[in-house]
Ligand binder design. Structure first.
Ligand code: ADP
Length: 297
């Protein structure tokens, strides 16, 4: 866990431009009851137990529709898996959750996504501030061509964390990323010399270093061997106590192992969402039953 000192020194602006005072309400409201303290932000959003609520999200790339009216609640300190065959809109939806689709030229997003009661698509919201609170880990690990230390220190440094606090923050983040013991004697070595699994955990540590509330993972284990995958899944189980995790996976066994909630997408529609147990053992929709039983996909 990152120390309160180090955190206090980070920039603490809210996600809305020019509303830094609001951040203190956000900070105070962390956790399942956050909605109550944010009633002033969007009074009609019932966030009880939820970290993110998506309402009627549509996405198209140019003329091509990728998501049709997705509504989904993602509970705090829970891992939610997004499953479905390739091309059905999972990654597109994931990218909506931290406004990463903003960076794709022909992507058009409509609908509302509330993070602790605030609509991250409101006109006065700063997408960069959203991405600090909603971090992302990609399919292919993407460490910077810098040292292990500098990879993790990068975000806090940009947020103005004093140099004297960086060492402790980097250690804590690497511990949280399950990597400290493996790298503590080689922090100055290039991150590119780490194995694939280590690089992926480094990227997680780097994301954690700015103390996000949510971590998005887009098929984070698809390039890893079984041992590295098992480590990553164990890490997801530990991190859930601290951050809300939303993971895209094409591996149904992985969803069962790591996720408490699962959402099944098919051809741009969210077909069904519920507890992982319900989705895999007693799905309501025939399409879900066909998919989880391996009849297609
Ligand atoms: P999944 O994650 O389920 O594999 P995606 O969200 O990646 O699905 O893709 C959903 C649909 O949107 C697909 O038809 C895909 O080809 C299309 N798509 C995804 N990204 C882009 C993009 N940057 N430009 C155009 N079309 C895209």
């Amino acid at each position: 866990m990152v120390t309160s000192n180090a955190l206090a020194s980070m920039a603490t602006d809210g996600i809305r431009t020019g509303r830094s005072a609001h951040r203190s309400a956000l900070e105070a409201g962390r956790g399942p009851s956050a909605g109550a303290s944010l009633a002033a932000a969007d009074a009609d959003v019932d966030m009880a137990g939820d970290r993110i609520v998506a309402r009627d999200v549509h996405v198209r790339y140019g003329d091509k529709v990728a998501l049709r009216g997705t509504s989904l609640r993602m509970r705090a300190n829970t891992c939610t898996a997004l499953i479905g065959p390739s091309g059905c809109g999972k990654s597109t939806f994931l990218r909506c959750l931290n406004r990463m689709n903003d960076t794709i030229d022909d992507a058009h997003v409509t609908g509302e996504i509330f993070l602790d009661g605030e609509n991250i698509y409101a006109s006065d919201v700063d997408p960069v501030a959203v991405r600090r609170r909603v971090g992302m880990v990609f399919q292919r690990s993407n460490p910077f061509p810098k040292s292990i230390f500098e990879n993790v220190a990068y975000g806090p440094r940009r947020l103005g964390t004093p140099k004297r606090e960086l060492g402790e923050l980097v250690e804590q983040s690497l511990r949280s990323g399950g990597l400290w013991e493996e790298v503590k004697d080689r922090l100055d070595e290039s991150a590119l010399g780490l194995s694939g699994g280590q690089q992926q955990r480094l990227c997680i540590a780097r994301a954690l270093a700015v103390d996000p509330d949510v971590l998005l993972m887009d098929e984070p284990a698809s390039a890893l061997d079984p041992i590295a995958t098992a480590k990553l899944e164990e890490l997801i189980g530990e991190l859930r106590a601290r951050v809300t995790i939303i993971i895209v996976t094409h591996n149904m066994q992985q969803a069962v192992r790591v996720a408490q909630h699962t959402a099944f997408f098919y051809m741009g529609d969210l077909v069904e969402a519920g507890t992982t147990d319900a989705i895999f053992n007693s799905p309501k929709e025939p399409k879900t039953a066909d998919y989880v039983s391996g009849r297609f996909g």
